[in-house]
Design a protein around this ligand. Structure first.
Ligand SMILES: O=P(O)(O)O[C@@H]1[C@@H](OP(=O)(O)O)[C@H](OP(=O)(O)O)[C@H](O)[C@H](OP(=O)(O)O)[C@H]1OP(=O)(O)O
Ligand SMILES: Nc1ncnc2c1ncn2[C@@H]1O[C@H](COP(=O)(O)OP(=O)(O)O)[C@@H](O)[C@H]1O
Ligand SMILES: [Mg+2]
Ligand SMILES: [Mg+2]
Length: 360
């Protein structure tokens, strides 16, 4: 009997990402399906390695860009996931959300958009009246303009009044803070596959908060315990109570973002605007997020590799309206299609524990 063709996927990931994503369970499952996950040796030129059918990466910089370009020239059939040009659009919080404004999402029960925002390069121009002229009201969130995955790019300020404006460190994006019941919907996209989970978020802002001028925070949805100083702003909450966004609505947004960004691997953060019933806002889009926190991530990723390597993925061109419904495999769990357990940071060792709690 003829041997089945094997595929090589070279991966280039930062050590933390490698530790969380490249688990033995994933490597073994992929191997069973004829896909070998091979670590790219960063001490050697990429061009001397492989040849790989696919290069999977989350690394940046000029040198890496040149290496990828050279590799694609030498091996024109290699699939690079994802293209650096496409990823770069997500490295600026203005261009990142711009893609979301380009989407036309038609849904009778829910609407979609992004929060009001403006970019600030010079702290001196920012005042309460400047905010007003930009159509913004307190509270606002100050986010670093650059979203390059550095710790700094996740450091944010929730500014309650004009005194808080003195703490800004441009270049930043000032974005309206929207009360959303302290729940964020994280929608993971892996090619055609879409999965939504609920996580805890910043609590709603009330009159009481105006006693402070600002609150600093970082990666709230991944926090288990809160930074001491900020404790009082958080409360225990039951994610079960949060109603999930309509399934077809999420599918449409995922499809639209996929087509607009030309990315295979990303997630986006959605909040529900408490002021306007079923209005949802995209606040963040991340390249190659923490997929290991997704239930059954091994089989989702292996299916994805298999599809793209066997050219079963429909690609970006075919993502026309109405054609993806059958393509998107949306897993529906007992509690809808989210699970609050995913709100907690899950170390690779805790996956078994995590999977016990998830019904897919
Ligand atoms: O580390 P993880 O598993 O929490 O994943 C991070 C993501 O968490 P999430 O999947 O949304 O829970 C995280 O998403 P959020 O910041 O939580 O929206 C980012 O995607 C982060 O990557 P980067 O620092 O922006 O390059 C991701 O970090 P990297 O693992 O890519 O460094
Ligand atoms: N406009 C907003 N209104 C309310 N909460 C927000 C808004 N933007 C961000 N947040 C909260 O801040 C967190 C971090 O913001 P986000 O833009 O997702 O940055 P990061 O790239 O660090 O994840 C979100 O997960 C959410 O809890
Ligand atoms: Mg986020
Ligand atoms: Mg982000």
């Amino acid at each position: 009997m003829a041997e089945r063709r094997r595929f090589g996927v070279g991966y280039a990931l930062a050590p933390k990402k490698q530790a969380s994503f490249i688990q033995l369970s994933l490597v073994n499952l992929a191997k069973e399906r004829g896909i070998d996950l091979v670590k790219i040796d960063m001490d050697k030129p990429l061009i001397e390695q492989g040849p790989f059918d696919c290069v999977l990466h989350k690394l940046y910089g000029e040198d890496w860009k040149e290496q990828l370009e050279a590799y694609a020239l030498k091996y024109p059939n290699v699939l690079i996931i994802d293209s650096l040009d496409a990823i770069e659009r997500l490295h600026n919080r203005i261009s990142m959300l711009q893609v979301a404004t380009e989407l036309e999402i038609k849904c009778e029960t829910a609407s979609f958009g992004i929060p009001k925002q403006t970019v600030v390069y010079d702290a001196k121009i920012v005042s309460a009246s400047y905010l007003e002229s930009e159509g913004l009201k307190f509270p606002v969130i100050a986010k670093p303009l650059v979203a390059d995955g550095s710790a700094k790019s996740h450091k944010m300020l929730l500014v309650f009044n004009k005194d808080g404006l003195t703490k800004l460190k441009p270049p930043i994006v000032l974005q309206e803070f929207v009360n959303h019941g302290a729940v964020i919907f994280k929608v993971y996209v892996v090619g055609d596959y879409v999965k939504c989970v609920k996580r805890k978020s910043l609590p709603d802002v009330t009159e009481e908060n105006t006693l402070e001028s600002y609150l600093s925070f970082s990666q709230v949805s991944n926090l288990n315990t809160c930074e001491k100083n900020d404790d009082k702003y958080y409360k225990l909450m039951n994610l079960d109570d949060a109603e999930l966004p309509p399934l077809s609505f999420l599918t449409d947004i995922a499809r639209g973002l996929r087509r607009a960004t030309k990315l295979y691997l990303f997630n986006f953060d959605l909040i529900r605007d408490n002021r306007v019933g079923n209005r949802y806002l995209v606040i963040d889009i991340n390249y190659f997020p923490g997929y290991a926190k997704m239930p059954n991530y091994e089989s989702v990723m292996t299916d994805f590799f298999w599809d793209v390597l066997n050219k079963n993925d429909k690609g970006f061109e075919s993502l026309q309206k109405g054609s993806i419904e059958k393509e998107v495999r949306m897993l529906v769990g007992n509690q809808g299609y989210g699970e609050e357990e995913a709100a907690l940071p899950v170390s690779p060792l805790k996956r078994e524990e995590q999977e016990n709690t998830i019904q897919v």
